[in-house]
Ligand binder design. Sequence first.
Ligand code: ATP
Length: 363
Amino acid sequence: MPGVTIKGLTKRYGDVAAVEGLDLQVKPGELVSLLGPSGCGKTTTLRLVAGFLKPEAGEIWVGDRCLSSPITVVPPERRRMAMIFQSYALWPHMTVAGNIAYGLRFKKELSKADREKRVKEILRIVQLELSESRYPGELSGGQQQRVAVARALVVEPEILLLDEPLSNLDANLREEMRFEIRRLHEAFGITTLYVTHDQAEAMVISDRIAVLRGGRAVQMGTAEDLFQRPRSRFVAEFIGKTNLVDGIATEPGVVTRGGVRLRVASADLTVGAPVALSIRPHMIELVADHQIGTVSARGDNLLRGTVQRASYLGDAVDCQIQVEGSDVILRVVAPPGLRFRQGETVSLAVAPSACIPLVESAV
Ligand code: ATP
């Protein structure tokens, strides 16, 4: 099972660089999501990997084969890849079994009996045995999606490419299909590139996520890496909700903004330099007066503030707190049992490890 290596990949449309110097490595058997806002180059990257587009610069390797470069592009049908589109692209006049068998049209070496056997087997895996004679128009969105997945898997590709495959499904089904895609990935272990703009989907499905912006990968890591250790404002804000506090490093490991002084996760700061901190709302604890001693003893930052707004959400209370002595407003997600009044004064505890300095130069 080979992996995919992308080096310095660039694709322009006129003056627009859709992909610009993209470097990316997908390990053998790994599922990597390309995640980013609209227009960041996800689909263009996938189409370059599939061989539908030729790059202006850079190379795409699968194992030890160079498949794309400015001088040569191996055609899509010779890449041992399968692609699943947002639209499913099923043939409406063919049955489910017919659509899946269509995926085998280039496998001339297979006998009719072998084809039928493979189609039956894949129908079983995607749980569509009972629908094999139906037409796409007689299936639900989720079932059509399964047919598209089955048609891609039946050819036993080395690489699987998926472009927003769940975006046409309703919200509940989309959630269910995330687990289904992950299950199939675990069963087959095919090296996979998965395009999505939905961070929760990427977090559920992927081994690792590459966050794209302006045609480049700005950070790559597991969902946990990206959530807990974002390197830039862009990643901190794109993966989950966060508070951004712009301050100055006033001592090693200390960032100050107005009257707010925060000990932070890293001591590796240049004193006097501006530093942006990311603090996740659920990492800020609202503490009662009698707990203040305990919180200080464990070394947390302690702040005082005024409740500006508190919204009960059922599983949590979403609050906005104006921090005393500064212009900092923090969003805090508190347990639902706590009740606050607007204008109430509260104490906040934030562990230094929850104050993540961002690398300003990282875009
Ligand atoms: P989305 O999530 O909206 O599909 P994306 O991240 O997949 O976005 P791409 O479709 O790769 O983004 O597009 C990247 C950039 O290249 C965009 O600015 C887009 O307008 C431009 N682009 C893409 N395809 C073409 C084309 N065929 N001609 C001209 N510009 C294009």
